[in-house]
Every structure is written in structure tokens, then in C-alpha cells.
Design a protein around this ligand. Structure first.
Ligand code: PMP
Ligand code: GLN
Length: 384
């Protein structure tokens, strides 16, 4: 491994999914649904394949139909106007959008502030770009993880180039409030920072929580790169269709990196995702209601098994504290859990620089059939 990648071994998701297969465990580790997305969207992909649409290289920025659908979605949901020709870029999943944004916008030595625990590709992408990551830790406060706004402000230095934000937040399930987002926006404007905001869980918000895109705050439209993905919204994580919306200058810059990473992503899926984005509101509310019920099944099961559960306001993850079980090391707990209980989970410590801050927390995915979640809860209770 080269020096930039030396600290990154195999991603925890690959390690834990392999462990689930090897032990025949229920995999509540890697976040992917066990039910595929809408039939009509799958049919749209099949039609595109059959009709010969997208079987050869699609245009570099993405097919016009999809760019138009992405812009229409941002307008309809959030009142954000983006020009599909100059302000939208289709990527190979949100993962490539993150990597391309960092490679294009970060100079070696620049500091990138990210919320900790952070999705693992953030750290690797900052490293590949030659940047320095500066984690600001989300800390438990009652039943949610809270961002300390003073700590965030104090983390900004003369070398800070970018705030890398994620809300709804993986792995904690926290959704930043309007006040927290407004603070982030004011800080970015005041200190003239770029903001890359990963909003892949934008539609997975529950109860009273609301997803408010950072780009809607004053002064943010021109400094924000917004990232999302069809993987989460439409339950097609294997399709790897993501996107970026930003100003023409920022999109052009991100595209300059993207063109040498993948050039384009899979054509037929782009046609299908364009159709998916036009699904009626009932699709989105149905997805939310289904996941909220699953969240409640898992959270109740984990509680009954003796773990202390944090409230999930968004995403399809529940984070739990294992200390009530007399355990304190989430990594050891997750390594042993498949043998002990036939369940796989993710230790959130791997998403921290300050690993001690995340040591007792474990993440469980609930984007699984209700009976699978119930069986997992039953096994955990038996093993506790
Ligand atoms: N960002 C976050 C916060 C995620 O959780 C994920 C996937 N789990 C991604 C980005 C990557 O999305 P994609 O699969 O579209 O590359
Ligand atoms: N985003 C998903 C998760 O957090 C899957 C990530 C991956 O496999 N790279 O579980």
C-alpha cells in the first residue's frame, strides 16, 4: 500500500459481510436492503437494456433525462433550482461523488472538517486528495448524538478548505436540526469555506425529523456541493448511480476528476433512475413508513436484548451502546457476535479517529424484512 492508503486496510463492510457469509449469520452490518426497489423501476432498466439505450458510453455528465429528473427533484422537494445542463453531474454512486469532490476541490495540505463518526470513504478520499482530516466528534446527549457547535467553530483554521457534512448521519442516525444547519451555513459563509454535503439518506427521515438541504440556507447555494444516490432512495445499492448538484464552476471542477475515475457510470440504470425520480410522493412516504416500522422492531428487540439504543431520526441504522451488557469494546463484541449469536453488526469505533469516543457503540441496519429483524432480536436476546 502506498503511504496515503497505508492506514486503510479492508473496509469494515467487506470484512463484516464476508464474516456473515462464512458463519451463516443474519447480516445487519453492511447497509443494504434485503428487498429490491420498485418493480416498475427494474422494468425500466430492462427496457433500456433491450432497446439499446445506454449500452454504449453515455455522455460524461450523465444522460440528459437523468440530469433533468435530478434537477426536477431538487426543485420539487426543496425549491432548489439547478440547470440540468451545467449544474448536475451523474456519478458512479455517492462514493464516487465524494471521491471526485475531494480530489477536485482539496489541495495537498488543506484541512477538511468532517463529523465523527464518519462514513469510512470520507477518510480515504481525504487521504487520496492529500488533505488532512479534522474530525469533530458527535457526542451522545440523551438518546441522540449531538454536534457541539463551539467545537465545530474552533476546528476551523486558516488552512480549512472544506466542511464535509452528512445528514441524515451514518452511522448515528442523527438528523441535524434547522438550527445546527443554520450554524454550519453561517460558519461556512463567515470563513469562506466550501461545503460538501452527503445527503444520500435525504428521504429516510422519521417522525418529527426533517431533512433540510444545506444548499437552501443563505449564502450556501454557491458554495455547496450536494451529493445523493439512488442506492438508498430506491433500494438499488448495486446499481451505483449517484449525483452531484452545485454551481457550474463546482460541477465542472468535480467532473474534471470524475472523468478520469470512471468517465461515466452504467447507462441503462441511468434511464431507470430517471423514471424512479419521477415516482409520486406516495412512493417516498411508503418507503419511510415501511422503514420506520422496521426501525421500531429492531430498536425494541435490541432494547429487550439489553442494549441501550439511541433514537434514529434518519438513515436505516440504529446505534446502540453495549455497556449495559457489561461489554465496552465494540470491535471485539462485533467480531465475536456471529459465533455467539449468529448476527453481524458494525463497530462504530472504526469510523472515529478518537476511537475511545466510539468504543462502546455498535451499528445495526434495519433495512431488512420484519421477520429477519425479529429473528435477529430473538438471537441477540438468547445470547445476551
Ligand atoms: N454516503 C453515505 C453516508 C453512505 O452511507 C453511503 C453508502 N452506504 C454512501 C455515501 C455511498 O453511496 P453509494 O452506494 O451510492 O456509493
Ligand atoms: N453505506 C452502506 C453502509 O454504511 C454500505 C457501505 C459499503 O458497503 N461501502 O453500510
Amino acid at each position: 500500500l502506498n503511504r496515503r492508503l497505508a492506514e486503510f486496510g479492508t473496509t469494515i463492510f467487506a470484512e463484516m459481510s464476508a464474516l456473515a457469509l462464512r458463519t451463516g449469520s443474519i447480516n445487519l452490518g453492511q447497509g443494504f436492503p434485503d428487498t429490491d426497489g420498485p418493480e416498475e423501476v427494474r422494468e425500466a432498466a430492462v427496457r433500456a437494456l433491450r432497446d439499446g439505450r445506454g449500452n454504449q458510453y453515455p455522455p460524461g455528465p450523465g444522460i440528459p433525462e437523468l440530469r433533468t429528473a435530478i434537477a426536477a427533484h431538487q426543485q420539487r422537494r426543496y425549491g432548489l433550482a439547478y440547470d440540468p445542463d451545467t449544474e448536475v453531474l451523474v456519478t458512479a454512486g455517492a462514493t464516487e461523488a465524494i471521491a471526485a469532490s475531494l480530489l477536485a476541490l482539496v489541495e495537498p495540505g488543506d484541512e477538511v472538517i468532517a463529523l465523527e463518526p464518519y462514513y469510512d470513504s470520507y477518510a480515504a478520499s481525504v487521504a487520496l486528495a492529500g488533505g488532512t482530516r479534522v474530525p469533530v466528534t458527535l457526542r451522545p446527549d440523551g438518546n441522540r448524538f449531538r454536534l457541539d457547535l463551539d467545537e465545530l467553530r474552533d476546528a476551523v483554521t486558516g488552512r480549512t478548505r472544506m466542511l464535509l457534512i452528512n445528514s441524515p448521519h451514518n452511522p448515528t442516525g442523527t438528523v441535524l436540526t434547522r438550527e445546527e444547519l443554520a450554524f454550519i451555513a453561517e460558519l461556512a459563509v463567515e470563513r469562506d469555506l466550501l461545503v460538501v454535503t452527503d445527503e444520500v439518506y435525504e428521504h429516510l427521515v422519521f417522525d418529527e425529523a426533517e431533512h433540510i438541504p444545506l444548499a437552501t440556507f443563505p449564502g450556501m447555494r454557491e458554495r455547496t456541493v450536494t451529493i445523493s444516490s439512488a442506492g438508498k432512495t430506491f433500494s438499488f445499492t448495486g446499481w451505483k448511480v449517484g449525483w452531484v448538484t452545485a454551481t457550474p464552476e463546482l460541477v465542472t471542477t468535480v467532473r474534471s476528476a470524475k472523468q478520469y475515475l470512471t468517465y461515466v457510470s452504467a447507462g441503462p440504470f441511468q434511464y431507470a433512475v430517471a423514471e424512479a425520480l419521477a415516482l409520486p410522493d406516495s412512493y417516498y412516504t411508503g418507503l419511510r413508513d415501511d422503514l420506520r416500522a422496521k426501525r421500531d422492531v429492531l430498536a425494541a428487540g435490541l432494547t429487550e436484548a439489553g442494549l441501550s439504543v439511541f433514537h434514529t431520526a434518519g438513515t436505516y441504522f440504529v446505534t446502540a451502546d453495549i455497556r449495559p451488557l457489561g461489554e465496552s469494546d465494540g470491535v471485539a463484541f462485533c467480531r465475536a457476535l456471529p459465533e455467539r449469536a449468529g448476527v453481524v453488526a458494525i463497530p462504530t469505533a472504526v469510523f472515529y479517529d478518537h476511537q475511545e469516543a466510539g468504543a462502546p457503540f455498535v451499528r445495526f441496519a434495519f433495512c431488512k424484512k420484519k421477520e429477519v429483524l425479529e429473528e435477529a432480536a430473538h438471537r441477540l436476546k438468547g445470547a445476551a
